[in-house]
Ligand binder design. Structure first.
Ligand code: ZN
Length: 198
C-alpha cells in the first residue's frame, strides 16, 4: 500500500492527500477494474513508440495522421511535444501533418539542435520519400516562451535557404503560456491567424 501511494504521489499534480485517496480507491475497487488499470499502464509503455516520420506517439511505424491520405501532406506544423499536437488536433482546424521536436533548444540546460529531431525535419523537407509530395509550408507551433522563441528563430534560420514558406502561430497565446493549456478557440485562432516569418 505504501509503495502504491508513493508511486501515485510522484505523478504531476497529485499531492500526498490525492495519492492516498487514489490508493484507497484502487484498494476498494473490484479486482478486474484495478487490473485493467495496471494492464493499460503496461500496454502504453510496451506498445507505444514514436512515428518514424513525425515522432508523434504511435503504436505502429507511422502514426494515424501520417498514414492518412486525406491529410494535407504539403503542410507541417512543428511542435515541441506530442501533448501540443494533441491540443492542436482537438481544435479540428488543422488538416496538415506535424513534426514533434521532442523538446526545445535550451542552451542553459545543454539542449542543442542535435538533441531534438531538427535534422529529421530538414530531411523530410530536403529529401521527401518517393511517394510523398514536397513540403510547401512549415508552421512553427512552439510555445511562446524564451526557449520556444529561440527554437523558432533557429528553425527559421535553417529554413530560410529552403523552398518552403515559414509561418508561426499567431500570438493569441499569452506570452509564457503553454499550448497544451490554451483553450480550443484560442488555438484555432492561432492556427488561422498564423503569420509569415521573414
Ligand atoms: Zn506521424
Amino acid at each position: 500500500m505504501r509503495s502504491l501511494i508513493d508511486e501515485l504521489a510522484r505523478m504531476p499534480g497529485i499531492g500526498a492527500r490525492s495519492a492516498e485517496r487514489l490508493a484507497f480507491y484502487i484498494l476498494k475497487s473490484e479486482s478486474p477494474d484495478a487490473l485493467r488499470l495496471a494492464e493499460a499502464i503496461r500496454s502504453v509503455k510496451e506498445n507505444l513508440h514514436h512515428c518514424a516520420d513525425c515522432y508523434n506517439l504511435s503504436d505502429s511505424t507511422l502514426c494515424a495522421l501520417c498514414a492518412d491520405p486525406k491529410r494535407d501532406h504539403t503542410r507541417v506544423l512543428v511542435v515541441e511535444q506530442p501533448k501540443d499536437l494533441i491540443a492542436l488536433e482537438l481544435t479540428g482546424m488543422y488538416k496538415g501533418l506535424y513534426h514533434v521536436l521532442m523538446g526545445r533548444l535550451s542552451p542553459l540546460d545543454g539542449i542543442a539542435p542535435g538533441d531534438l529531431t531538427i535534422a529529421q525535419l530538414l530531411r523530410r523537407i530536403d529529401d521527401p520519400k518517393p511517394d510523398a509530395p514536397r513540403i510547401e509550408e512549415i508552421i512553427l507551433g512552439l510555445n511562446p516562451t524564451v526557449e520556444g522563441d529561440g527554437t523558432a528563430l533557429y528553425l527559421a534560420g535553417e529554413l530560410r535557404t529552403r523552398r518552403v514558406s515559414v509561418s508561426r502561430l499567431a500570438r493569441g497565446l499569452p506570452t509564457g503560456g503553454m499550448l497544451e493549456y490554451a483553450n480550443k478557440a484560442v488555438l484555432a485562432d492561432a492556427i488561422q491567424g498564423r503569420q509569415s516569418v521573414e
